[in-house]
Design a binder for this molecule. Sequence first.
Ligand SMILES: [Zn+2]
Ligand SMILES: [Zn+2]
Length: 370
Amino acid sequence: MATKRDYYEVLGIDKKASTEDIKKAYRKLAKECHPDLHPNDAACEARFKEINEANEVLSDPEKRARYDQFGMDGPPMGGFGGFDASGFGGFESIFDQLFGGGMGQAQRRGGPRPGNDLRFNMRVTFEEAAFGVKKSFDFMRNEECETCHGSGAKEGTQPVTCATCKGTGQVRSSGGFMVTVRTCPTCQGTGQTVADPCTACSGSGRQRKKRTATVNVPAGIDDGQVIVMNGQGEPGTQGGPRGDLQIVISVTPHKLFVRDGTTLYLDMPITFTQAALGAALDIPTLQGKTSYKIPEGTQDGAKFRIKGEGIKQLHGAGRGDLVVRVKVEIPKRMNAKQKELLREFEKAATGKEYEGQKSFLDKVKASFRS
Ligand SMILES: [Zn+2]
Ligand SMILES: [Zn+2]
């Protein structure tokens, strides 16, 4: 994969830019290098894609936070900007946003037009995200109508050239200084009209179909990350490529572990005698358990790092660590014998056992001496 520029740099804005700043910067740049204004300019098209991608991430608070934290790491956070989950999107909506409707690529007659991207929300368990899983799922997708093969015309008939725009897909009107070009209202920019609509699809050329897809969710994927299945979206028109199917992952939280990237965190209660004497602890891990020896005099809140018991790196062979934080538990509801033993213990104290208390008492003494 080619190296990508920083999204903030792409939009020429500061890391602290407000949502409004981002919107402004995006609109300005996207207008400047919209491919419809620079046909057949590959550099310009690449730049346009880059701008859209940056905008898609930075204009979404969740994605932006993720990007600020992890940068470009992880799977792509959704493809080329603006292709919304809702299924209507692509160049059309970007262009309409910018120019309030007009001569978007979508409306240009004859040119291939890519299909819409689809978005599917998939829930996986904590373990599935950690170790990877293969999952099949059903989703609805618009397909080319089988009866009319997408033309929208009734069997045995063909679409005809639109009389309003003479097949250009655009109508021009001049008023004052301006010549306005807008999408032909008769044919919605296709340049063709259907006299006798196909009965199977009511002339739309599309049919909604249930589809099944299988995805390999890679080990190490995290909540909110997106898996892109290229070419699994809706079909393009006029020979345009299919859109993509984007699978947005949400990970169910674990009862014991909290995850931050590849690091796992575990809070574990230990007894005050274990803390004082040291102990070999049975530490639960995602895969079972492991033994870990804590030293004598372990303090409440002490953290231990167990190498390699965290989450696998999404793109790499490495594995994160498990960080265990111990919580020393003071006994409650002791019986008479236990209390007696503790009193005995206290009597045997030399004063060197408790560093914190000793230093506190020294400070108290010092402050009252002066
Ligand atoms: Zn049809
Ligand atoms: Zn027309």
